[in-house]
Write a protein that binds this ligand. Structure first.
Ligand code: HEM
Ligand SMILES: *[C@@H]1O[C@H](CO)[C@@H](O)[C@H](O)[C@H]1NC(C)=O
Length: 476
């Protein structure tokens, strides 16, 4: 009896030590990139998520880059991971999208975004879905369908910010409301002020738990997040159901277009998919673009000379018009050279998306190393954007650096919007919205920062105490 027990114990110890050994020395048909797998299960996750300064590269990355070079192995959120800060490998990953590498985010992230998001599809289906979205946000459609609405909503919001002077506004939150209002109208003719079940409110609950530990029991942020998602999805589902009952009333919005597609015979698009897509699109749009606007305000506040140059450009546009009060035209938007430089510089330095994740589908051999099938690779755009050999004095906010032609080499030097076939579909939208906002801000208003303004990376960009500004009418 005693012997059997001892035997079991020793078997268990052997099993555990074998498991730990395998954790520290993972199987590989070749040479793994250097690095450490950290603790069993948690790996080096805690280090990865440690908050750090806005004007710094992640210490997690720099420490390992100095020790191991541009390619290293680690373990995050229970996964075996290779981090790539190597421009060549990054480029290769984008080229091999859907072949050697597939879009991958954590299971809890997929759960939040919905089981069938765009991210999970490859090849022709992915292309088809992306095409549907472009129907709303390609440059041609932005010009035809969205510019007018974006212009008037932006004016309206800035006007209301100035009207509440001297009360301050939180730029991130208020621009999120602004973008939400405009985009929700175009997407599904939704108006928060007129609706009984509030979509935006549920998104806020959703957002709070998005980056939380995935523990789904009542009381946790993750639970509230899933609940928020469920409620928001229900609001959208109700809208879809109403439309089915009154199918003659066309709304001429994106949802109408999608529901038309669902009716087609050979389509892969289901109603549930449409609801999920509308949900994700709305969120992706206001969350990212409002962060970009808030951080632009942050950078500009420290650089009056750049604000002066911007103002000059936009006053030039007003002077060239017949009527100063008319809307921004697409031609004017295209002519905003300096503004586009400011936008690029903002997005470069902001690094809104800290990591792009892919799963390796077959052993990959690169630079003398092997990345085994099933591992995750993480591309870190910030390392490129803050590389002093690519961008001189990389932590300086300097829009004029974009005057030189050498930065216009596509995703090799700039991958804030990703690269390859998964390049962000919303990039044109985000840039247009930023330009419209800057136009009205510098020509009609002044602002001062009054509260908050701490910005950190954990490693995603975060505004822990907001960025509160006072906006007042500008007198020429
Ligand atoms: C400054 C704002 C934005 C930034 C920095 C940004 C960044 C990114 C990045 C890095 C990716 C690639 C993800 C990957 O490869 O795994 C991506 C994809 C995507 N973005 Fe954005 N984005 C922004 C705005 C938007 C907007 C406004 C929309 C909505 C129209 C949007 C919708 C999407 C979608 C649907 C994808 C997935 C594309 C695919 O899988 O093919 N994004 N974005
Ligand atoms: C902004 O960056 C993109 C991507 O590299 C580039 O194609 C574009 O020309 C840049 N625009 C300006 C005005 O620098």
């Amino acid at each position: 009896m005693w012997e059997a027990f001892l035997c079991l114990i020793s078997l268990f110890v052997i099993w555990v030590s074998h498991w730990v050994y395998r954790w520290v020395h993972p199987k590989c048909n070749g040479q793994l990139p250097p690095g450490s797998m950290g603790w069993p299960v948690i790996g080096e996750t805690i280090d990865y998520f440690l908050p750090h300064s806005l004007y710094d590269l992640s210490p997690f990355i720099t420490k390992r880059m100095t020790r191991y070079g541009s390619l290293f192995r680690t373990s995050l959120i229970g996964q075996r991971v290779v981090v790539s800060t190597d421009p060549e490998l990054n480029h290769y990953i984008f080229q091999q999208e859907g072949k050697l590498f597939q879009c991958w985010y954590t299971e809890s992230f997929f759960k939040i975004l919905g089981q069938q998001s765009l991210m999970e599809h490859q090849g022709v289906i992915h292309k088809y879905l992306k095409g549907l979205i472009l129907n709303l946000v390609s440059p041609e459609n932005l010009k035809q369908k969205l510019l007018h609405e974006m212009d008037s909503t932006t004016r309206k919001f800035l006007h209301s910010w100035a009207n509440c002077y001297p009360t301050s506004v939180d730029v991130k939150e208020e621009s999120a409301n602004m973008i939400f209002e405009c985009f929700a109208k175009k997407l599904l003719s939704y108006e928060e002020s007129k609706a009984s079940k509030k979509l935006m409110e549920n998104y806020k609950a959703f957002m709070d738990g998005l980056m939380s530990f995935p523990l789904n029991i009542p009381g946790t942020a993750y639970h509230a997040c899933l609940k928020g998602r469920e409620n928001a999805m229900k609001v959208i589902r109700d809208i879809v159901n109403e439309r089915k009952l009154a199918s003659k009333n066309l709304h001429h919005d994106f949802l109408d277009h999608l529901l038309e597609e669902v009716k087609k015979e050979e389509t892969i698009l289901s109603e549930e998919f449409v609801i999920s897509m509308v949900f994700v699109l709305l969120f992706a749009t206001y969350e990212t673009t409002s962060a970009a606007i808030a951080i632009a305000i942050h950078f500009l506040s420290d650089h009056p000379s750049i604000v002066a140059e911007l103002t000059k450009e936009h006053e030039g546009i007003l002077q060239a018009r017949e009527n100063e009060e008319s809307e921004i035209t697409w031609e004017e938007y295209k002519s905003m050279t300096f503004t586009h430089m400011v936008i690029n510089e903002t997005i470069r330095l902001a690094n809104i998306v800290p990591g792009i994740f892919r799963r390796v589908t077959k052993d990959v051999h690169i630079k003398g190393y092997t990345i085994p099938e099933g591992w995750i690779v993480v591309v870190c755009p910030s390392v490129l954007h803050l590389d002093p050999t690519k961008y001189k004095d990389p932590f300086a906010f300097n829009p004029w650096r974009w005057e030189g032609p050498e930065l216009h080499a596509g995703s090799k030097n700039f991958m804030a919007f990703g690269g390859g076939v998964r390049l962000c579909v919303g990039a044109h939208f985000a840039k247009l919205q930023m330009a419209i906002f800057l136009h009205y801000l510098v020509t009609k208003y002044r602002w001062t920062n009054v509260k908050g303004g701490d910005i950190i990376r954990r490693p995603g960009l975060a505004f822990p105490n907001g960025l509160h500004i006072q906006v007042s009418k500008r007198h020429k």
